[in-house]
Design a protein around this ligand. Structure first.
Ligand code: FHN
Length: 441
């Protein structure tokens, strides 16, 4: 009898262990390595909301009722959309992957979905699956494709109990939460079966169901069945990387950790992931090219070439990828200001990409003025303040063979100090965006 009880306990323990402990597959670990080396991706927020030119939250912000919002798909006809142009735009900017919104909080699916007829093929005059076209173009040009997927939904009745947002939208019903989970599983299965091998799934919206005191996310009020959903994804495509923008510590089954408009640990946003919640998965920082995610006609906060390139460098200095967002217009085109910025970034990356791709976080503590990256025995110090000629790097005591300017190959003057090194930059070598110093160990 005792023996039987012991066997039952062992079986139970094994079962609960395998239920909780996520062991990434070999393919997944390889994909993580690729992801960390890629360093730069394009984020795309595109949906029927682009017609209103007021960002992707317009349904919530203007309290547009379900019935009113349902008219939008009828106007969505992006005849100028050219998947290959988008992919080449990203590739020429030095980006290695694209993450696009398959369904945002408005609940409208930008792909052909059997699980919901509220989708681009069934409800718009355009009638075409943009994800399909994009996946084909990505395949052709060797760019990986990730799908953003919103767990929050302002449209469906079965997203019930509702969360903290969208409560001014009239016409929302009161359905059954389990149906919502089944619906999400069905859609994710479509996304993981109909578009070839994908890069991964970028979840967003879990925070809608967490308590929030304006500073920290608290307990969750529903069960998103995360492990079931994550396991389903990994079963369908083991290499697919899962990340979730919940702003919390990584959860079992996730493969990378993301930081929204914030460098890891800098906590510049109210919802920032706190320092103690930073894990050891690959990092990705996402940021907008202007001030909005979805197309916003009146957004004039276009970031400068310098800001954008320096953000890419800073992210790399934290050992993180940058996922830079554009919000395409309703006609399927990208705003000219953004096309120009991406071209400029591309030029910089073409010349200096070796200091970013395939690097890890360097040995120098990142600040607003300095970032460092490392590839094997080479350290790259990125000097981001073009006004400072004497730069003290406290704590940098490493022995090295050579220290030169990357551009000219000329030697850099320096002096060892008690706690680090004082670098004397040559005015002639200063680059207004980034003066790169190469240190050979
Ligand atoms: O609400 C979304 C927002 O629209 C956008 O998708 C960003 C991207 O990181 N995430 C949410 C806000 O945290």
């Amino acid at each position: 009898m005792k023996k039987i009880t012991l066997i039952i306990i062992i079986i139970f323990l094994n079962f609960s262990y395998s239920q909780n402990q996520y062991t990434p597959s070999v393919e997944n670990l390889e994909a993580r390595k690729w992801f960390e080396e890629a360093r730069f991706g394009l984020f795309i927020h595109w949906g029927v909301y682009s017609i209103l030119g007021d960002g992707e939250w317009v349904m919530n912000n203007q309290n547009i009722s379900i019935k009113e919002y349902e008219k939008l798909p009828g106007f969505f006809n992006p005849t100028d959309f050219d998947a290959e142009k988008w992919v080449l735009m990203a590739k020429n900017a030095g980006m290695k992957y694209i993450t696009i919104t398959s369904r945002h909080h408005d609940g409208f699916s930008m792909f052909d979905s059997k699980a919901s007829s509220y989708n681009i093929v069934k409800k718009t005059p355009y009638k075409k699956d943009i994800l399909k076209m994009l996946s084909e173009a990505c395949n052709k040009h060797n760019i990986k494709l990730f799908f953003y997927y919103s767990q929050l939904d302002w449209y469906r009745d079965d997203y019930f109990p509702r969360g903290r947002t969208g409560n001014g939208i009239s016409g929302r019903g009161e359905g059954n939460w389990d149906d919502y989970i089944s619906f999400m599983k069905a859609q994710l299965t479509e996304l993981l079966t109909n578009y070839g091998k994908i890069g991964g799934i970028w979840f967003d919206g879990q925070w809608d169901q967490h308590d929030w005191d304006g500073k920290r996310f608290g307990g969750i009020n529903v069960d998103f069945k995360l492990r079931e959903v994550y396991d389903l994804i990994h079963k369908l495509q083991p290499q697919a990387l899962i990340g979730s923008n919940h702003h919390l510590a990584p959860q079992e089954g996730e493969d990378f950790q993301m930081f929204e408009k914030d460098l890891p640990g800098r906590s510049t946003m109210s919802f920032a992931t706190s320092e103690e919640d930073i894990g050891n998965l690959p990092f990705e920082v996402c940021e907008t090219i202007n001030g909005s995610w979805g197309f916003n006609l009146k957004d004039r906060k276009h970031k400068s070439e310098k800001e954008l390139i320096q953000y890419l460098i800073k992210a790399a200095g934290y050992g993180s990828n940058l996922l830079l967002n554009v919000g395409p217009m309703p006609n399927g085109k990208i705003q000219d200001e953004h096309l120009q910025s991406l071209k400029k970034i591309g030029k910089w990356v073409e010349k200096n990409g070796s200091t970013i791709y395939k690097t890890k976080r360097g040995p120098i503590e990142p600040t607003d003025e300095i970032a460092s990256t490392q590839n094997g025995n080479t350290i790259y110090i990125h000097m981001l303040n073009d006004k400072k000629l004497n730069v003290l790097i406290d704590g940098f005591k490493m022995k090295f063979k050579k220290i030169t300017y990357l551009n000219s190959n000329k030697k850099v003057s320096y002096q060892r100090t008690k706690n680090g090194i004082l670098i004397y930059l040559d005015k002639k070598e200063i680059d207004p965006i980034d003066t790169i110093i190469k240190v050979d160990l």
